[in-house]
Design a protein around this ligand. Sequence first.
Ligand SMILES: Cc1cc2nc3c(=O)[nH]c(=O)nc-3n(C[C@H](O)[C@H](O)[C@H](O)COP(=O)(O)O)c2cc1C
Length: 316
Amino acid sequence: MAGITDSPFRLLCRRHGAAMVYTEMLSAEGLDRCHGKTWRMAAFREEERPVALQLFGSRPEAFAGAVKRCGELDPDCFDLNFGCPAPKVVRGGGGSILLRDPKAVASIAEAAVRAADRPVLAKIRSGWEIGSENAVEVARVLEGCGVAAIAVHGRTRAQMFSGSADWSVIARVKQSVSVPVIGNGDVRSAGDAARMVGQTGCDLVMVGRAAQGAPWIFSEINGALGGGKRGPLSGRPDWPQRAAVLGEHLRLMVEAKGEARGVLEMRKHMGWYVKALPGAARLRQELMKAETVTQVTEMLEEFGRSAERFPPPPPA
Ligand SMILES: Cc1cc2nc3c(=O)[nH]c(=O)nc-3n(C[C@H](O)[C@H](O)[C@H](O)COP(=O)(O)O)c2cc1C
């Protein structure tokens, strides 16, 4: 997720049971031209593996060039973004607008698969808008191009992130292709993940927003599905456990980006960690102003003294 799944957060998700992580979407043009900031965003730590490097763009040549250049970074696989609904990306001919043109999808996928010496995955939405859902057609095209797995987000581009995801499209794609299908959209608990697998037959479950401020969700899901790795926490974390994960995340951020930027970028994550906690409105406001690790630690300790009165949040 752009602006969210940087290296520290990916590492944390892996430690808490995620089977695989994806980079933020990265511009194929930027990587092909060795643009400094894009290149830095493509970096990852060994401990994150398996990691998929996700590319967005519109020109097949740029995808091929990016894939070749990124071989040097040695990601475990590449992922092609055919789902981003952001106006800026769509205006540039990338992300979900490509769903309207399966031939263009094929040109990009063929170019990337040909250039890559490792698996190439793809991520799609159900279609551009209600009435033109063509996920099955696009998935078949992708499979024909040699894509190794397909993630399906059950929303159209027109829906952006609103309404609810339609999992039936994931089931239809699963029935139509033989490569692994990764179900995505609105998995907010281990129960949701089990229901998605039950209803769609998908091979893997992809979790986006529900991992924000709750990376232990992957371990919970692995427990419910009876596979994968369990993280260090069992069950829903109470406040001290939650604060410990927040602290671990903060340390990783500061290690990767330095204290000033690390704490600044941690603010939104800290907001998510404390969002659902009773009595945490003031803590949240304070965390949004924090500038140093010491300040954050003091704020958490102060809240911890009062939080002892509160029971842990209910199970999912
Ligand atoms: C802030 C934000 C950034 C996102 N960035 C990306 C991205 O870079 N690449 C991508 O494939 N999907 C991206 N997504 C979409 C998610 O991966 C996912 O498909 C969507 O949120 C639905 O799944 P969820 O309900 O589990 O969050 C983003 C979503 C959000 C909210």
